[in-house]
Design a protein around this ligand. Structure first.
Ligand SMILES: Nc1ncnc2c1ncn2[C@@H]1O[C@H](COP(=O)(O)OP(=O)(O)OP(=O)(O)O)[C@@H](O)[C@H]1O
Ligand SMILES: O=C(O)[C@@H](O)C(=O)CO
Length: 427
């Protein structure tokens, strides 16, 4: 297998978001969970997205994991490696976007890495280095209350500088609008000034197309799905992509079995989607405190609730709650401890549901999805059709339970009726 584009994603939902964007924009793509075992049969594709779970681990560990994935991708022919981060730049001051970007830069021989989380289709735009989420500055958006990494600064040059060794530059919108040659010239100028990375403005998809074209011969970049869109369109436009058969319809072939949703996301979009779904299907709200203090009992109560209902239709089990309730629990048990314990409990519930015949599974939340996919031991996914921007139907490859259809929903993605729409596409 020789690939054109490699990507390392810092979480699993982000990986499926990028794989969806690359597929939609003309690159056949597979998503692996970590570096796959050599015996795993992977299809011949243009792009591979290696999903890691490194968004909130310590920086040294993230660098080691990302560097191994990069080597694996380069060994398979990837001339460009995109480090896929969250479109809302989720990270802390001790976070991994800076350290991993710099490690990939060093491995590629230095230079300035272009960084942009812009993803206009989901309302993420960058102007003068500041990130806006659906028109609100990042620090005024719901991300200011994220349970693991509250985002309290919209100036990404400052955010990235706090995580990086080298100075951070800006490729402003006027430069981007001038075209790929102007972007490359700006990168050269920043390199001469000693910058190691630069935040690139992008508001419209055409800005991302220009950035993709500017990066065609660059070895590395950091960004969200919008940059993936730019790179994919540039690769297709340059004639470097061989024409292949569209495999998305095949990836969504019915699998039967029961259907369930497990939600650990407390993002505002997920809370709205749960409230809407509750009007049409059974929803069990877990008691988050009991998941910390009496997990086995709370889990087995959830499973018997599910057992009675899933024979007759899809069910939802959610730990999700409001920002106030999350902060209350965190103040009593600690952010890390409560997050990890609830992830472990939701992953156990998901795995037990699969053991009881669920073959169509939707997971809401990046960390929650990572814990669940790991618990199920799924090595890779084929990419099916898009349910909502950033969320495709996935078909598992190589897992012991047999083929399943899944969707890994990033917290803030999807419309109000996301769960019903997704379930209707997964038969
Ligand atoms: N009721 C709760 N109280 C406190 N923490 C919770 C509760 N329910 C879930 N959590 C934790 O909140 C975190 C949610 O993170 P997760 O990444 O799954 O969702 P998200 O942040 O909405 O998604 P994304 O990262 O895709 O934007 C997890 O660690 C989860 O265990
Ligand atoms: O980029 C995004 O917003 C998502 O793909 C994601 O990474 C959330 O976990």
């Amino acid at each position: 297998m020789s690939i054109l584009l490699g990507s390392i994603a810092d979480d699993y939902t982000g990986a499926s978001d990028l794989a969806n964007t690359l597929t939609k924009n003309g690159l056949s793509t597979v998503q692996t969970v970590g570096i796959p075992d050599p015996s795993l049969p992977l299809p011949d594709v243009d792009a591979v997205v290696v999903s890691l779970k490194i968004r909130s681990v310590v920086a040294d560990e993230a660098v080691v994991a990302a560097s191994r994935a990069e080597q694996w991708l380069r060994d398979r022919g990837a001339a460009h490696v995109l480090y896929k981060i969250c479109s809302t730049f989720d990270s802390t001051d001790a976070g991994n976007i800076g350290p991993v970007t710099e490690a990939l830069r060093d491995a590629a021989g230095g230079g300035v890495v272009l960084v942009t989380p812009a993803f206009p289709e989901t309302g993420r735009t960058v102007y003068l280095g500041h990130l806006f989420v659906n028109g609100q500055p990042l620090d005024e958006s719901p991300l200011k209350d994220h349970p693991l990494n509250p985002m309290r600064d919209a100036n990404l040059m400052r955010v990235l500088a706090r995580q990086s060794r080298g100075p951070i530059g800006l490729i402003d919108l006027a430069t981007v609008a001038t075209g790929p040659a102007a972007v490359r010239a700006r990168i050269e100028a920043l390199r001469a000034e000693g910058a190691t990375a630069a935040i690139a403005d992008a508001i419209f998809e055409r800005d991302l197309e220009i950035l993709g074209e500017a990066l065609l011969d660059a070895p590395v970049s950091t960004g969200a799905s919008g940059l993936g869109l730019g790179l994919a369109r540039a690769l297709v436009g340059s004639g470097r992509v061989p024409s292949r058969v569209d495999t998305t319809a095949d990836a969504v072939r019915p699998v039967g079995g029961h259907a369930a949703v497990v939600a650990g996301s407390c993002s505002s979009a997920t809370l709205r989607q749960l409230a809407i779904a509750e009007q049409a299907m059974p929803v069990l709200r877990l008691d988050p405190e009991r998941l910390l203090t009496a997990a086995p009992d709370e889990i087995s109560a959830a499973l018997s609730w599910a057992g009675e209902r899933m024979e007759t239709g899809p069910i939802i089990i959610a730990a999700s709650t409001t920002p106030d309730a999350v902060s209350d629990l965190q103040s009593r048990y600690g952010r890390e401890i409560s997050g990890r314990a609830i992830e472990a409990a939701t992953a156990t519930i998901a795995a037990e549901l699969v053991a009881r015949g669920v073959r169509r599974l939707i997971v809401a939340g990046g960390e929650t999805s990572g814990a669940t996919v790991d618990r199920l031991g799924i090595p890779a996914f084929l990419i099916g059709p898009e349910i909502a921007p950033g969320v495709p139907v996935l078909r598992t490859i190589g897992n012991s339970q047999g083929e399943m259809l899944m969707a890994l929903k990033s917290g803030n993605f999807g419309g109000d009726d996301f769960f019903a729409t997704a379930l209707a596409m997964m038969r």
